[in-house]
Design a protein around this ligand. Structure first.
Ligand code: OAD
Length: 252
């Protein structure tokens, strides 16, 4: 059974760990002002139906609606700044090269803005555009149309074949990027300590990485102000906000 733990205990675990994996979710960015998905009042999925916005079928059925929703989220996120939690992880990585593998479900790019390198972005990047289908419009080079050649629109599309652009995020029912997932599984399996930060643990395969870490012999710590679905996997629970706890935990 996990126990509610003093931050000082986890600080000591951080110092002892040769390798650390950090798995982050939307709560990591909450104090930067980015809404989470499943918080009861403020989460995006409390106000919007993911079936209508975060699946390939939804995009094919109503591309303009889905494009506009992601465009409004991009607009909201583009000037948002990393918080003290993102900064603490990035600073730890700079002080201890190669010791902390960062695995994130977030698509907001805030870890990267804070200076974290090598973040494994399991759910993609909201600022990237990709073709919905492989596009081989006549204006493309080497048979594949360059995204930058898309005609403006909602969504932008290939002038030759009409193929639309879509946001480069992983939707429900889609595969995660294979390389990032394999690297994340490897890091989870081999780490001495896994920090599970600001995620409800409701979405797999990302949440499964905490189980992998536990089975691989790592200590697992959940950092979250609320109960999460991964509490039962953890050795220790720190009930608090990421931006408040991480600077002290990672001050080694
Ligand atoms: P959720 O919204 O499911 O969970 C956010 C978690 O953050 C909750 O457990 C909150 O209690 C916690 N939280 C809130 N404020 C916090 C704070 N200041 N510090 C620490 N924790 C805090 O978000 P995710 O677990 O990231 O998928 O959701 C997983 C995936 O589901 C997302 O990546 C997204 C979504 O559908 C895609 O975009 C593909």
């Amino acid at each position: 059974m996990p126990t509610f733990t003093e931050a000082a205990t986890v600080q000591a675990w951080v110092r002892e760990a040769r390798t650390i994996a950090a798995l982050t979710g939307a709560g990591m960015s909450a104090e930067s002002g980015v809404p989470t998905f499943r918080d009861a009042q403020t989460g995006l999925w409390a106000r919007f139906n993911p079936e209508e916005l975060a699946t390939e079928a939804a995009f094919r059925a109503n591309p303009q609606r889905v494009w506009d929703w992601y465009a409004s989220r991009r607009e909201m996120m583009k000037d948002v700044a990393p918080n003290a939690g993102h900064q603490a992880i990035a600073a730890f990585q700079r002080r201890h090269p190669g010791r902390l593998t960062l695995i994130t479900q977030n698509v907001d790019g805030l870890h990267q803005k804070a200076g974290s390198t090598g973040a494994l972005a399991l759910h993609g990047n909201i600022f990237e555009d990709i073709w919905l289908d492989p596009c081989a419009g006549a204006r493309g080079r080497a048979g594949i149309c360059d995204v930058s050649l898309a005609e403006p629109g909602r969504p932008p599309h290939c002038a030759d074949c009409g193929n639309p652009l879509r946001p480069g995020v992983v939707w429900f029912g889609e595969m995660l990027p294979a390389g990032a997932l394999a690297a994340a599984e490897q890091a989870a399996d081999h780490c001495d300590l896994m920090l599970v930060i600001g995620t409800s643990g409701a979405v797999y395969p990302a949440a499964g990485l905490a189980h992998t870490a536990r089975q691989g012999g790592a200590r697992v710590v959940v950092i979250n102000p609320e109960p999460s679905e991964l509490d039962g996997v953890a050795h220790a629970l720190l009930r608090g906000k990421a931006a408040e706890l991480l600077p002290a935990l990672l001050n080694d």
